[in-house]
Design a protein around this ligand. Sequence first.
Ligand SMILES: CC(C)=CCC/C(C)=C/CC/C(C)=C/COP(=O)(O)OP(=O)(O)O
Length: 287
Amino acid sequence: MGSVGSFLSKYFEKESMLSLLRRGVFRILTVGPTPNHIAFILDGNRRYAQSLNMKEGDGHKIGFLTLMSMLKYCYEMGVKYVTIYAFSIDNFKRKPHEVQNLMNLMLEKIEELLEEESIVHNFGIRVHFIGNLMLLNEQVRAAAKKAMAATAKNDKVVLSICVAYTSTDEIVHAIQESYNEKQEENNEPNSNDIGVHKGFVERNPNDIKVTDIERHMYSAFAPDPDILIRTSGETRLSNFLLWQTTYCHLYSPSVLWPNISFWHLVWGILNYQRVHSYLEKKRKKTF
Ligand SMILES: CC(C)=CCC/C(C)=C/CC/C(C)=C/COP(=O)(O)OP(=O)(O)O
């Protein structure tokens, strides 16, 4: 009992030291511009498991624990929005048993997120599931809806979990919704006049504008991400937030997702701060 007690006190001592160190680092970082929204592509979970001769699914389980730490770091430092790519529509093409295992893991973890001691309660997180939720099985869809409803009143920070998501699907969905809206507004079910234009010259009030499409994006409630972190050294966007990342800083450390650490996040933020004023000028089109 004594040794368990001393192990626990050493553990908590180390944890509070680390938390103190993190707070010190965040203090320094907040001298510069801090990101409001960070998006993550959690790449490399299977490769991590393979490299350690583990079962494939164990890589994803460890990946989930890594995600919990990363969320804690982000919210502790004042990031308001975090968006993660948890499962793309293309991932449905994986072997059926792998898709099933990932869905089971998702279900288990969504339920865990709603428990009393979870990170969701500790940080007052509002959870959004983003994507074509109709492609999910009944159980996962119901769990996702339950999590959204249970956290709907949380207003401190936001976690958007992209599942059954691709950016092109989101854009097509938003255009379709914009089109339906225009038809309703004009009460012209067969109007052939509705077009899409890029927003400079207003040709026709029936035209779908960029702002219409933006209002109908699944992610319309969040500002565009400031930083996108994709692990495993991949520099592709893989159909993730294509519409929202024009002025986003992309950081792709070579580390596999389960090995990403606090220091990678710090490095990503420092790099973002280095290019921040340039990105802002581009965003505001001041040169
Ligand atoms: C409820 C909730 C938030 C759950 C999230 C669980 C989680 C960690 C999902 C990651 C899924 C995924 C397909 C990651 C990419 O790694 P990969 O499988 O493509 O690995 P690879 O890049 O090595 O092939």
